[in-house]
Design a protein around this ligand. Structure first.
Ligand code: NAD
Length: 461
């Protein structure tokens, strides 16, 4: 395989990662075909409807409609120079990633592999060794397979939902793992990104301090490990902040002041040091578990990661305990839950802390009124097993409530007129599980890792 200049791209899987990847590559000038097995999703995309909530994505995809084709047909793989695999890798029952979608996608790709040089790039987060497994799978199943033409590479994705486009356009680093020739093809593909020679799309301007990404060339295994280790480290940082927060509450320290104080140390940094309800989403829980299960396969325990997981899920109980401390019993109480998505600016509900909170509150006999600025339609579909009343707006959720929990730090919750709203509650008790309220309220306000009663002075961050 000699390094060729790629021009046609296939993106397999059109979820959060696949849609961002398709939009990015089209914006860089490539012809892109987005392939998914979900016909409803593809029908929506063909009609110009973006099936997920990601700020700026609808504008970007609309601006690239001449360069992107959406289909359920794998035929486009035959013509593609580079084929990205962006399908889900959900955790199996024991935490081991379920590779059925990756395997399914690879088999379909195998059936259509062309007789031209092609790089099959895995962007899904997968156990270390999956790249080699995919290479063998293609060897075994692709009639056109030729190892001098077809190579598997790994290009892990680091985007964050809610800021996915800026993360993709202005990344800290691009990790390319695999055979040097395949890596070279990908380096050429990402040339405009590496050089930052593209025009910024509308609304997603280059950050002031940003220059260009580092390119990290590695083996397949190292690239796969980089993704897991990066997510595990970030998860660890959040759990660390939460563990310290719990002790702060007991010794009279304030976690906001503490994280400000330690985060100013350049070796530590402020980011991902926010105490609160803990992480959620499709990645941190799954990837920490994935790494632990990889360790288990090699009889190598990973106690730090296990502790990070335990601390994370303990936070969901901390919130309920705070309620119980004030209300004694939740039987017959009305509790407002503000925020259902696992983080702001997304409609993603996977492993969202609000899920467990709502379930627990209901189990303890409370009536739950829940609100989210964008995720409510999705919750209606995906959380039909939970008992709660969907509130049309935060004011309705709070009216006559015995307590409110802020479960997701949506900016619009920070902008609410809390002073008036707490006056409409039956009992003015707010558990601000994201430490986002800044003003002092005529209410009992509980935050994480801070003295309760009333919100403290504004933290300097
Ligand atoms: P997702 O569930 O949003 O999307 C996956 C898509 O793949 C779905 O549309 C599904 O229909 C499709 N699919 C499944 N099998 C297929 C097949 N055989 N052929 C074609 N399409 C198929 O998942 P996601 O959030 O985009 O995540 C994808 C991968 O990227 C995961 O491994 C995840 O861990 C990783 N990742 C996700 C994020 C994130 O923030 N969501 C960030 C970095 C990495």
């Amino acid at each position: 395989m000699r390094s060729h200049v790629p021009s046609r791209i296939a993106v397999v899987g059109t979820g959060y990662v696949g849609l961002g990847t398709a939009g990015l590559l089209a914006h860089l000038g490539y012809r892109v075909t987005g392939i998914d097995i979900d016909p409803d999703k593809i029908a929506q995309l063909q009609r110009g409807v973006v099936p997920i909530h990601e700020p700026g994505l609808d504008l970007l995809l609309a601006s690239q409609e001449d360069r992107i084709t959406w289909t359920t047909d794998y035929q486009a793989v035959a013509e593609a120079d580079v084929i990205f695999i962006c399908v889900g890798t959900p955790p199996g029952p024991d935490g081991t990633p379920d590779l059925r979608y990756v395997t399914g996608a690879a088999r379909s790709i195998a059936a259509y592999l062309g007789d031209r040089p092609q790089v099959i790039v895995n962007k899904s987060t997968v156990p270390i060794g999956t790249g080699d497994f995919l290479q063998r799978l293609l060897e075994d199943h692709a009639p056109q397979f030729d190892e001098t033409r077809h190579r598997v590479a790994s290009n892990p994705e680091f985007l964050r939902e809610g800021t996915a486009l800026a993360d993709s356009l202005y990344p800290d680093r691009i990790v390319l793992g695999g055979h040097p020739e395949a890596v070279e093809v990908l380096a050429r593909l990402y040339g405009p990104l590496i050089e930052q020679s593209f025009t910024a799309p509308q609304g997603i301007g280059r950050p002031d301090s940003y220059s260009r990404p580092a390119v990290v060339r590695t083996t397949l295994q190292s690239a796969e490990m980089i993704k897991y280790a990066a997510n595990a480290f970030l998860a660890l940082k959040i759990s660390f902040a939460n563990e310290i927060a719990g002790l702060c509450e007991r010794v009279g320290a304030d976690i906001q002041e503490v994280t400000t104080g330690i985060g100013l140390d350049g070796r530590i940094g402020h980011r991902f040091l926010q105490a609160g309800l803990g992480w959620g989403g499709s990645c941190f829980g799954k990837d920490t578990q994935g790494l632990i299960s990889a360790g288990r396969e090699h009889a190598y325990p990973m106690p730090i990661l296990q502790a990070a997981i335990d601390v994370n899920y303990r936070q969901r109980n901390v919130v309920v305990e705070k309620l119980l401390r004030h209300l004694k019993s939740l039987k017959g109480k009305r509790i407002a839950v503000l925020g259902m998505a696992f983080k702001p600016n997304t409609d993603d509900l996977r492993d969202a802390p609000a899920h467990d909170l709502i379930a627990r509150l209901h189990q303890l006999g409370a009536t739950v009124l829940a609100h989210d600025p964008v995720a409510m339609p999705r919750a209606e579909r995906e959380w039909s097993h939970l008992t709660y009343t969907a509130a049309p707006d935060p004011a309705t959720a709070l009216r006559r409530a015995d307590a409110a929990i802020i479960a997701t730090e949506w900016e619009e919750y920070a902008l609410l007129n809390w002073r008036d709203l707490v006056g409409t509650m039956r009992q003015p008790l707010v558990v601000d599980a994201r430490n986002m309220l800044r003003e002092t309220l005529p209410a009992q306000v509980e935050q994480i890792g801070r003295e309760s009663v009333q919100v403290q002075k504004e933290a300097v961050l």
